[in-house]
Design a protein around this ligand. Structure first.
Ligand code: OGA
Ligand code: MN
Length: 255
């Protein structure tokens, strides 16, 4: 097995591992250690992201609700940050990848935190952020969720600054579900979150993954933001299968 770093701050490619067979403990241990280090238990959710109808295999028209709904993936986010117990990691499997477009971008909020200017670092310390699934969907199209769907996802609160329990390295826990800051006006909170997202997603903290069919990308949702990028969904097929693993419910500082 070979672990090849992809940027100076995070992301690595793992070569020569056969995922069609169970991994032995030594190999799994090496991958897990790399995950904690390179930025890169639990419940698991599955989600299909595709422009192909699951039953017919036909291309879904761009104005279909299912495609609009997926547009939210193009906002920088951390999967499931709107849940009480947020995610440890996601695994994204490229089943059908378009010949152009449709890359996935990643940004290391951990590397960005380490580079935060002192005044900003002091400002964020101790703040609590409200994460709200309805806010991330409203950014794509207000009203896309029904009242019943909205009622199923009440907002939750998480510390804005989180530390990795293994190595203590701090990060900003933000993204598209992060709506505002507790105890601050919604407007001021959103302005701060916009500034922080802009800082984290500077090219120097980013890695773009151009997909090859059958790639499997694993990332740490605790400290990495990601976003889908556009492709011509009327011309090409794209089918991604996502698995999201929930974090440790005992881990502070979730409130
Ligand atoms: C996701 C996601 C990105 C992509 O499935 O959560 O953000 O490029 N996908 O499809
Ligand atoms: Mn996602």
């Amino acid at each position: 097995m070979k672990i090849v770093p992809l940027t100076p701050v995070f992301a690595a490619r793992i070569e020569d591992v056969d995922l069609t067979r169970p991994l032995d403990d030594a190999v799994f241990g090496e991958i897990r250690a790399a995950f904690e280090e390179t930025n890169p238990a639990s419940g698991t959710t599955f989600q299909r992201q595709s422009n192909l109808d699951i039953k017919t295999g036909e291309v879904i028209p761009p104005d279909d609700r299912r495609m609009l709904y997926q547009l939210a993936n193009q906002l920088w986010h951390s999967d499931s940050s709107f849940k009480k117990v947020p995610s440890l990691c996601s695994l994204l499997s490229g089943r059908i990848v378009p010949p152009e477009g449709g890359a996935t971008d990643f940004a290391s909020a951990r590397a960005a935190y380490a580079a935060l200017p002192d005044d900003l670092r002091q400002r964020v310390e101790g703040l609590v952020c409200v994460h709200d699934f309805t806010w991330s969907r409203d950014q794509v199209r207000p009203g896309i969720l029904t009242d019943k769907e909205r009622a199923e996802v009440p907002p939750v609160q998480h510390a804005l600054v989180r530390a990795n329990p293994e190595n203590g390295r701090k990060t900003l826990f933000i993204g598209a579900h992060a709506s505002h800051i507790a105890g601050m006006s919604v407007e001021d909170g959103r302005a701060l979150l916009r500034d922080l997202t802009a800082f984290v997603t500077q090219p120097r903290f980013c890695y773009r993954h151009e997909w090859r069919q059958h790639d499997l990308v694993v990332w740490d949702n605790r400290c990495v933001l990601h976003r889908a990028t556009p492709f011509d969904s009327t011309r090409y097929h794209r089918w991604m299968q996502r698995t999201t693993v929930s974090g440790d419910p005992r881990e502070p500082p979730v409130r």
